[in-house]
Design a protein around this ligand. Sequence first.
Ligand code: FES
Length: 115
Amino acid sequence: MSNSIFRPVISAGDLPEGQAVTVSIEGRDVLVSHGESGFFAMDDLCPHNGSRLGTGKIRKDTVSCPMHGARFDLRTGECLAKALGCQSIVTHQVRIADGQIEIALSEFPVQQPMV
Ligand code: FES
């Protein structure tokens, strides 16, 4: 669920496919990424051990955590590294308006790391 208040965060032209950037929205760090299927947004906090995902590698529609390599689906936040037992990451709504990527924060709280 979302409060549906969209906020512009970066020009879509400044985020080529395969790149991601971390922005702060209302004190919440959000990873804005450009995957194979488009633009996505999720909390920038790995639920395994709390690493930031901003320097993780984007491949197709996934991002890998730079600390232990867990991959997450950019579209759903699902952890694809079942062996690590990670929870999913909260995702946020994204739209493009006037060439700007706009994000509406999810009302779900930030997932806390396992440790
Ligand atoms: S902290 Fe991200 S996979 Fe371990």
